[in-house]
Design a protein around this ligand. Structure first.
Ligand code: SF4
Ligand SMILES: [Zn+2]
Length: 365
């Protein structure tokens, strides 16, 4: 099932991962936050549970080059099931809400991976959802291999939650298998993603496909092209929702090491805006999500510093499919710098350190 991996890349990632994980503590509390979806009239409660951690990240492969989610897991500690139960009971049983709930349970790995989320924990979560009677939609995330391996578990869960619609987030990231292998170390392929999506659709589960902007070793232009091509492929395969995720540099990852040495910069907000704009032009009726983590900060997608807030607002508008200004170059002079960088090969980027175009902005008049 798994794609081939690049031994040089896996060795590097594994070393960085191991080193970082020995220096941080295991986690034992769930993180909980909420938001409102006006469109669906739902209160969304997101719960990040401290499960054992993504098996792919903890394996000999070292996991994905850009992902530090495993830093939020309980790992060697026993998963604090009792504590998770108390924390979730307070949120979904004890409180009355005026809107129906969407519960997003994220575990920094795969919900259907028994090593990551043991049966006891999954059963507890399902019990709480049925007991509360308030949850009308459940969203979880999973790697494709566990979808196909755990069909019986998924079908059982569907029966148990018969009144709850289920959405599963699949990390496609890129539809280019070479990028998945040599930039991402994802350990999955487009074909794996496709089989999982088709199976989930066949049993009535909707799929949210994650598309990433700018893994390591791609320049700004390549990253934009990769994201657009991936969106096109994800749409053609029938994704119900596309979640567009510009890179934010997380600790304990290969991308952090590159960032530290000035060999990687997160994408420009202009790139993110352009990806959404093109996606809207190609698929006007699609549902997309994009809320850049650490947007405007050095580790997240950012521009020159002067226009970041404004362009983040434009991204919000673009996600809502609202009309955008005609001419971006009037918004900020850094737009023309972005255009130059868009055409700069990665090697030149390394040698001349053109990443500084943003903050130092030498081309600004
Ligand atoms: S992106 Fe997903 S599969 Fe990759 S290391 Fe992170 S949690 Fe694991
Ligand atoms: Zn600017």
């Amino acid at each position: 099932m798994l794609n081939k991996t690049n031994p040089l890349l896996t060795r590097k990632i594994k070393g960085i991962r191991q080193d970082y994980l020995t220096h941080i503590s295991d986690k034992s509390h769930a993180k909980i936050w909420s938001s409102v979806s006006e469109k669906e009239n739902l209160l969304i409660i997101t719960v990040l549970i401290p499960s054992r951690g993504c098996s792919w990240a903890l394996s000999e492969s070292g996991g994905c080059s850009v992902c530090g989610y495993v830093n939020d897991s309980s790992r060697e500690n026993k998963i604090p099931i009792k504590l998770i139960k108390e924390e979730l009971t307070r949120v979904i049983i004890d409180v009355e809400y005026t809107k129906p709930l969407e519960l997003q349970i994220f575990n920094s790995g795969s919900f259907f991976d028994k090593d990551d989320v043991p049966e006891e924990l999954r059963d507890l979560l399902i019990d709480l959802i049925t007991q509360s009677g308030k949850v009308i939609k459940l969203s979880v995330e999973c790697r494709p291999e566990y979808i196909l391996k755990e069909k019986k578990v998924i079908e059982k869960l569907l029966k148990q939650l018969s009144n709850v619609s289920l959405e599963i987030g699949l990390g496609l990231e890129s539809s280019n298998n070479a990028i998945l292998q040599d930039c991402w170390n994802k350990g999955t392929t487009l074909e794996n993603f496709k089989s999982s999506l088709e199976y989930l659709h066949s049993i009535g589960i909707t799929v949210k496909s994650y598309v990433f902007i700018k893994p390591p070793f791609l320049n700004e232009q390549e990253a934009l092209r990769d994201a657009i091509k991936t969106i096109i492929d994800a749409q053609h395969l029938g994704s119900d929702v596309i979640s567009i995720n510009p890179c934010n540099v997380q600790n304990g990852t290969l991308i952090y090491e590159l960032f530290r040495k000035n060999e990687y910069q997160s994408p420009w907000l202009w790139t993110v805006l352009q990806v959404i704009k093109m996606s809207n032009e190609l698929f006007p009726n699609s549902t997309i999500i994009c809320d850049p983590t650490a947007g405007g900060k050095e580790r997240g997608a950012h521009n020159c510093g002067k226009c970041d807030k404004l362009v983040l607002k434009l991204i919000e508008k673009a996600v809502q499919k609202e009309k955008l200004p005609e001419n971006f170059s009037k918004i900020c002079s850094c737009y023309s710098n972005w255009k130059i960088l868009m055409n700069t090969p990665w090697e030149t980027f390394r040698i001349h350190n053109l990443s500084k175009l943003r903050r130092l902005n030498p081309l600004r008049e």
